[in-house]
Design a protein around this ligand. Sequence first.
Ligand code: SF4
Ligand code: SF4
Length: 218
Amino acid sequence: MLRDIDLNEISDGKLYGNNDMTKADCGGCKGCCDCCKGMGTSIVLDPLDVHRLCVYLNRTFYELMEDAIELNVVDGVILPNLKMTDKDDACVFLNDKGRCSIHSHRPGICRLFPLGRFYENHSFQYFLQVHECTKKDRTKVKVRKWIGIPDIKSYEKYILDWHDYLKELTGQILSPGGKQDIKEIGMHVLQSFYVQPYDMEKDFYEQFYERLQMSTAR
Ligand code: SF4
Ligand code: SF4
């Protein structure tokens, strides 16, 4: 999501790499589930998030659309996000004990929280959001351990390339006189990267880059 932010207002003023220590560890949250409620449409899902959900829950993209995810326009591009329930405005995956029922397969944004990503010069670093997590006595943890995704190098490269691809699309859609059709682009992105299943037996990133290459060559 493209945002003009003053890092000094929302963070501790530092930027972190994946080997740095930062005060993000909320110690298992211990009864708190504040950041799993009232999140609106902000938990936007990337293709790996959806792939992992489909595999873990043994559901297709369309089956997830029935009750777990929904579509919204983010910076001009149609993307899926986690759905909040009508009843208590909580994430559909929050169980009745206030715990995440898909913890091992939770999306990237949930893994990061309360960290965020700051993109600059075809790269990104992490920052610690100081006003978001309600737990005050957080302890230090290494960023890569906190995120907990295997092969962090490939993951970060993928995140950056996905971000750049979306930014390019946003530029095409929102630029003055932009001739790109928002609906057509949206359907292409959804179909190419989310709806069409990834082969579980093959490396996700290889398949993603094949699709990215085909999309950018259009
Ligand atoms: S607000 Fe902090 S302590 Fe509460 S659930 Fe979220 S990360 Fe855990
Ligand atoms: S997926 Fe899990 S961690 Fe993420 S908002 Fe839902 S319940 Fe919370």
